[in-house]
Design a protein around this ligand. Structure first.
Ligand SMILES: CC(C)(COP(=O)(O)OP(=O)(O)OC[C@H]1O[C@@H](n2cnc3c(N)ncnc32)[C@H](O)[C@@H]1OP(=O)(O)O)[C@@H](O)C(=O)NCCC(=O)NCCS
Length: 179
């Protein structure tokens, strides 16, 4: 995966009804460790990393790049929404496209926060890259992620087998540039 390409970054923090999307900062590091070390978060993502390894390897300021949003609720990070360019995706339908990913702390699941945050990130993307489609890959067994993808307007391109499981490749049609 690569970053999205030339775009003004970071945008001003994006405010939704309940959340703020912004660049990662020093204060988010412990939450990144919680996210990346969580077995629940990584059930369908190849397993978690160990806290020791993350404490050693994570930079003091979590990596910043265009398309990487921290999602904040009441002043604290609860998850991350990522838009990257899938330059090396091995499915031709996804290669080179912008690819959406999302990770939220388990205690925040079931409140619609991921849907609210992803919709805002996609709105930002539509403004920054008018007329571009977005793709998303998730395991078909990951029911909450499959429901979220459908809610966000992704429709099935294909199912394929990779990383020891059935994967779903979805695509969100480009939103026509406004004006
Ligand atoms: C995938 C993931 C982000 C989904 O989180 P989520 O909280 O279930 O997703 P949503 O934000 O869409 O919330 C939906 C739920 O909130 C409920 N909800 C409660 N209040 C709500 C509100 N005000 N608005 C909308 N939904 C609300 C919905 O009814 C729905 O419940 P259901 O799943 O039981 O039907 C989360 O499971 C996760 O982080 N998983 C680990 C990482 C992962 O697997 N990522 C996928 C790889 S890209």
């Amino acid at each position: 995966m690569n970053d999205l390409g030339p775009v003004a970054w970071p945008p001003a923090p994006i405010t939704t009804e309940r959340l703020v999307l912004r660049e990662p900062g020093v204060r988010d590091r412990p939450v990144f460790i919680d996210l990346l070390a969580s077995p629940d978060v990584h059930t369908y993502l190849g397993g978690p990393r160990t806290r020791d390894e993350l404490e050693r390897e994570l930079p003091e300021v979590p990596e910043r790049w265009p398309g990487s949003f921290v999602v904040e609720l009441d002043g604290a990070m609860i998850g991350q929404v990522l838009l990257r360019r899938a330059t090396e995706h091995h499915r031709p339908a996804a290669a080179g496209k912008a690819d959406l990913g999302y990770l939220f702390l388990p205690r925040t699941w079931g409140f619609g926060y991921a849907a609210e945050a992803c919709a805002a990130a996609l709105d930002w993307f539509d403004g920054a890259f008018p007329g571009e489609a977005v793709v998303l890959t998730t395991q078909t067994a990951n029911a909450p992620s499959m429901r979220l993808a459908a809610k966000l307007g992704f429709t099935e391109v294909e199912r394929f087998r990779a990383w020891g499981a059935e994967q779903w490749l979805g695509r969100r049609a480009p939103v026509p540039p406004s004006g």
